[in-house]
Design a protein around this ligand. Structure first.
Ligand code: SF4
Length: 283
């Protein structure tokens, strides 16, 4: 017998549900063809379903001449909106309100004269978008190790914003180090509540189970973070995108298995994973 426990908070977050709802609504009434600027969410199975419904994901506005463009929950640089408007495209803005808040906070800090530091992944689309709001002197820090006296020699006032899917520990470490280089530090904790809750639930799950399965796109920042958090607590942690990746041999010594999932993982996938694990132990 195996016991399977699901994390208290797992799967679709508010921002992803909202983006999918906006897309479904727009499919009924907006001009065709439909484009998403980048995959709508970081989940390959869902993106495949959306393609079947006629939503093509493209990398740049250069690939679009007419119809509707969907701005995904990660948000974009202000210049993207300007170009889309100039092209006469119908814009569906699915930027998550939590991401929007981080963009506005970055712009406000810049206006107030702070040197803006964004804690997050340099190449993540959300961070690239926030950076575009933060002024010319802003930069991105991926880890506290990148913070040095040399880098902040001219900074007397530093303003901090954080990617919505980062973890609080990293923010704390970075803020602690930044404090040693400046007299004035203004910090906005822009980690979203969905991320916070999913990370807290994942920590609890990893400490109470023998093995953890984290479900979500390999390209999903928040899923990767859940995986890292769980693995630190419980080395028997696996990150999968689909039930087909699960191997029976993983469960040899496990009596209690935990399942969690990133913010872009649909419920049906979580259920499929649970069923697959159960099937290994059926008589
Ligand atoms: S993880 Fe948070 S910021 Fe990102 S889409 Fe979901 S609710 Fe919004």
């Amino acid at each position: 017998m195996i016991e399977i426990v699901k994390a208290e908070n797992a799967g679709y977050c508010y921002g992803v549900e909202r983006a999918l709802r906006l897309v479904e609504e727009s499919l009924k009434k907006s001009p065709k063809p439909f484009y998403s600027l980048g995959p709508l969410i970081h989940n390959p199975q869902v993106v495949k379903e959306l393609r079947k419904k006629g939503i093509k994901d493209v990398n740049s506005l250069d690939e679009i001449d007419c119809g509707t463009v969907i701005i995904r929950s990660h948000g974009v640089k202000p210049s993207v909106f300007e170009i889309a408007k100039k092209k006469g495209l119908n814009i569906i803005d699915a930027t998550c309100p939590f991401v929007r808040k981080a963009q506005l906070v970055a712009a406000q800090l810049n206006e107030e004269g702070y040197k803006v530091v964004i804690i997050g992944e340099k190449t993540h689309p959300e961070v690239e978008g926030i950076l575009a709001y933060a002024g010319n002197n802003a930069f991105v820090i991926e880890t506290s190790r990148e913070i040095s006296k040399k880098k902040f020699a001219d900074a007397t006032r530093i303003g901090v914003v954080v990617q919505t899917t980062q973890c609080l520990e990293k923010l704390k470490r970075s803020v602690g180090k930044l404090l040693t280089f400046t007299l004035e530090l203004k910090v906005f904790n822009t980690i979203c509540s969905a991320t916070r809750k999913r990370q807290e639930s994942a920590r609890k799950l990893a400490s109470q189970t023998d093995l953890v399965i984290v479900i979500g796109g390999k390209n999903s920042a928040n899923t990767t973070r859940l995986f890292q958090i769980c693995r630190r607590i419980n080395p028997a942690t696996y990150h999968i995108e689909s039930p087909t990746e699960i191997q029976k041999s993983w469960f040899k010594r496990a009596k209690k298995v935990g399942i969690t999932a990133g913010a872009s993982t649909p419920n049906y996938l979580i259920n499929e994973v649970e069923n697959k694990i159960q099937s290994f132990f059926e008589p």
